[in-house]
Design a protein around this ligand. Structure first.
Ligand code: NDP
Length: 386
């Protein structure tokens, strides 16, 4: 029987379960690209809309796994040599982790995980796993592709509006009993008519473009493969051959590409210097796509108006991380892809992947990142090992 080691973020400080403000979440069965939402055969061990991403929620997996005689260990203690994660890793056949509270599967940890066969990301983005080491060890890496793409796209729009309208400081003025409108609006603009460029127009990037169209922005994108002429025409998109040629004219730049060795620190001092003065940089993809301190310099100097998003390195971010106190930041903890709505889909997808694994049937191709000793499925399209 298998040991399944599941790393989830801690429960609410106010206790588990939380008080739910709504009684249901809409049921989404198909995504924009026609892909169907997860459809496991086994009954879900939770009601959609419940908090299953924290330790006590267990992604609703306990009854399914224990029903098959497997052992489920759930912990949030993931970092350092004395962590619960390290203790159980050598015996684990399956590791489940969420990008919001990643159990980093480094080369060294993979070397110690001698029984590990499946590293499952409950969410999207498997860069917390050393994919090259996983491929060499013939570990399958899978994620629940598509499960939270719209959740993230909505967070991008939220962040853009919050930054351009100076929403967060203005809200503080209201809460603090003030009424100084001049202070609030001296950094407040409309998005209408502005230029928006996305680096990457995949599931999230394209969903952001579609949602921005009715706001009346001029839309731009770059990625290695051009979108179809139909989509370009429908959204009035301008294609740029690379990021360097896109950023100089944009009022907003949004990063929507995966992190792999050659995209690490893509936005460094040089790329940031190319950006238009007063532009907003949004990053909900991965923190290490940008040089942390170069972003601080660009914001503090006033070259970029603000930086916002929800991804940090490492996660959880240390208390002294400079983005916490940097001026004009619209940062949140890593929450965009783990709304209660998203959790329902990626927990169901986790169950679907586990069913395939334990039944010995193929895992959906779109869920695969690494399989059979190399990149596979979505991984082969989205990642590069170098
Ligand atoms: P997709 O794979 O659908 O899209 C990524 C796009 O990036 C592709 O269209 C690809 O196009 C493009 N791309 C890849 N490499 C480059 C490059 N070097 N230069 C320019 N474009 C590039 O991924 P998703 O949209 O689903 O997700 C994107 C990322 O968002 C994930 O990898 C993950 O890190 C992050 N994410 C964050 C979440 C959160 O909670 N904050 C939740 C979910 C995802 P092409 O191959 O043509 O270049």
């Amino acid at each position: 029987m298998a040991k399944v080691l599941c790393v989830l973020y801690p429960d609410p400080v106010s206790g588990y379960p939380p008080h739910y403000v709504r009684d249901d979440v809409p049921v989404i069965t198909t995504y924009d690209n026609g892909q169907t939402a997860p459809a496991p055969k086994a009954a879900l061990g939770f009601k959609p809309g419940e908090l299953v991403g924290s330790v006590s929620g267990e992604l609703g997996l306990r009854s399914y796994l224990e029903g098959l005689g497997h052992e489920l260990i759930v912990t949030s203690d993931k970092d350092g040599p004395d962590s619960e994660f390290e203790k159980h890793l050598p015996d684990a056949e399956v590791v489940i982790s969420q990008p919001f509270w990643p159990a980093y599967l480094t080369r060294e940890r993979i070397a110690r995980a001698r029984k590990l066969k499946l590293a499952l990301t409950a969410g999207i983005g498997s860069d917390h796993v050393d994919l090259e080491a996983a491929a060499r060890a013939h570990i399958t890496v899978a994620e629940v592709t598509g499960s939270n793409s719209i959740s993230v796209a909505e967070h991008v729009i939220l962040t853009m509006l919050a930054l351009v309208r100076n929403y967060l400081p203005s809200h503080d003025v209201a809460v603090d009993g003030g009424w100084n409108i001049a202070d609030c609006v001296s950094r407040s603009y409309d998005m209408e008519g502005m230029q928006f460029g996305t680096i990457g127009a995949g599931r999230i990037g394209l969903a952001v473009l579609r949602r921005l169209k009715p706001f009346g922005l001029q839309l731009h994108y770059t990625q290695r493969h051009r979108l179809s002429a139909d989509i370009e025409q429908e959204l009035g998109l301008t294609f740029h051959p690379d990021a360097a040629s896109l950023v100089g004219t944009q009022d907003f730049v949004s990063l929507q590409i995966p992190l792999y060795p050659s995209t690490m620190h893509f936005f460094d001092d040089k790329m940031l210097a190319r950006m238009k003065r007063g532009a907003y940089l949004i990053n909900t993809a991965r923190a290490e796509l940008v040089d942390r301190d170069a972003v601080v310099r660009a914001v503090k100097s006033g070259h970029i108006a603000a930086y916002g998003g929800d991804v940090w390195f490492p996660e959880p971010a240390p208390p002294a991380h400079p983005w916490r106190t940097m001026p004009f930041n619209g940062m949140t903890p890593h929450i965009s892809g783990t709304s209660l709505s998203a959790q329902a889909r990626y927990a169901a997808g986790t169950l679907e992947i586990l069913e395939s694994y334990f039944d010995g049937t193929p895992i959906r191709e779109e869920y695969l990142i690494v399989d059979g000793g190399g990149l596979a499925g979505t991984g082969a399209r989205s990642y590069k090992l170098m």
